[in-house]
Design a protein around this ligand. Structure first.
Ligand code: ADP
Length: 378
């Protein structure tokens, strides 16, 4: 049964807002996305008012959930600080209740402090690491998934969160299309494939919906996927970040409780410049860079196995040395990697004895070693 925007608005008419009018008349609602029983919208308020709206957000979610045919609801509370307004109050410690913290309310003080001190951990998850790139199309998502599988092969419990809100590719890379179900506490249960717990914004909304979100909505959606998902016990949660180093990425990097970041780059100069921006971004928010992966490093002929350094190989290794960050490894440009990725059978899982799986596992080994002391099994 399909749910219409009008049905959503009708259900929201029962929710009172702190402005003394029903929610649809409070001038705070974003466009409503309603398709296939999945409903998503945000409530946009000033950061100074955010706390008063959290209960409204929860009521709105409950009201929409009661519409017959609704299977998934995600209501994000986004809080933007108006120029000149008072700083938002500090967030209350989370007691595990589902809900999105105001996007800017737990922004760290500029320039200071350890990231761990300002970000609350995710219960049960020992280490959250980001896989990032300075620009799109460098193979960040392919690397994130295969790295997650490499970590799995080392005996770790691993999750994958596709936070690439501008182009969630994990549904394509994993072949997963189902909607996550909710548990009794109304937390989303991640989908499972290849022994990984997997969550993607692509499971919840259409790609086009995610693409038009503004920065604060991106942050709210990702926060919700981190905290309102029943991740269970994980050694490592790999977060596939949105490509680039703009405001949305910076906000994410400082709001997600990251233990480290892996930067993916191709050998071309341009993306190395972009990779440098990525390094600078994580430095700014005090997240340790675990290293650089050079993807599409050299061309390996699928027929004869001959290697050609068509891109002037070695740039990323050199760059890493210069910048004093570990070089984690080079992954060839190979048909098998592309074909398996795009068919939903990542190479580490589908060709575990092959050379590519070995490369990803070696990279995973270095990442694990750097997380020693954080993850119990390392
Ligand atoms: P990003 O997340 O950076 O946008 P993707 O991981 O989606 O990039 O990869 C972009 C395209 O490149 C996909 O079609 C993927 O299969 C392909 N690809 C990624 N890494 C490799 C590789 N090492 N060899 C061949 N194809 C690759």
């Amino acid at each position: 049964m399909s749910v219409t925007q009008q049905q959503v608005l009708d259900s929201l008419a029962r929710v009172q807002s702190p402005r003394g009018v029903a929610l649809p008349h409070a001038n705070v609602l974003s466009a409503i996305s309603a398709s296939d029983g999945k409903v998503f919208f945000s409530i946009n308020v000033d950061a100074a008012e955010a706390r008063a709206w959290e209960s409204v957000r929860a009521e709105a979610e409950a009201a929409v959930r009661s519409i017959p045919g609704v299977t998934t609801v995600m209501v994000a509370l986004t809080a933007e600080r108006k120029p000149g307004s008072a700083p938002p109050p500090p967030p209350q410690p989370s007691r595990g209740a589902p809900g999105v913290q105001p996007a800017h309310a737990h922004k760290p003080p500029q320039g200071g402090g350890s990231p761990m001190a300002r970000q609350s951990e995710i219960p049960g998850v020992a280490a959250v690491i980001a896989v990032a790139s300075g620009k799109g199309g460098v193979g960040k998502s392919t690397t994130a998934l295969n790295l997650a599988l490499g970590l799995r092969d080392l005996g770790l419990k691993v999750g994958l969160l596709d936070a690439d809100i501008y182009g969630p590719s994990v549904p394509r890379l994993t072949g997963l299309r189902d909607k996550p179900e909710l548990n009794d506490e109304r937390k989303m249960i991640p989908l499972r494939r290849f022994g990984l717990a997997i969550m993607s914004i692509g499971f919840l909304v259409e790609e086009e919906t995610a693409m038009i979100w503004r920065g604060p909505m991106v942050m709210s959606a990702v926060t919700q996927m981190l905290r309102d998902v029943e991740w269970g016990k994980l050694d490592v949660l790999v977060v596939d970040m949105p490509p680039g180093t703009g405001d949305a990425q910076l906000t994410l990097a400082q709001n997600v409780p990251l233990k480290g970041a892996v930067i993916v780059s191709t050998p071309q100069d341009l993306s190395l410049i972009d990779a440098r921006r990525g390094l600078a971004m994580f430095k700014k928010v005090n997240v340790p860079v675990l290293g650089i992966v050079e993807n599409m490093s050299y061309f390996q002929c699928p027929h004869c196995g001959t290697r050609s350094d068509i891109f002037g190989h070695g740039g990323a290794r050199h760059e890493a040395e210069k910048l004093g960050v570990p070089f984690l490894g080079e992954i060839p440009l190979h048909m098998a990697i592309r074909a398996t990725s795009d068919a939903g059978n990542p190479v580490v899982d589908s060709e575990p004895e092959g050379p590519h799986a070995a490369i990803y596992r070696a990279i995973a080994g270095q990442v694990r070693d750097q997380l020693k002391g954080v993850i119990a099994t390392a």
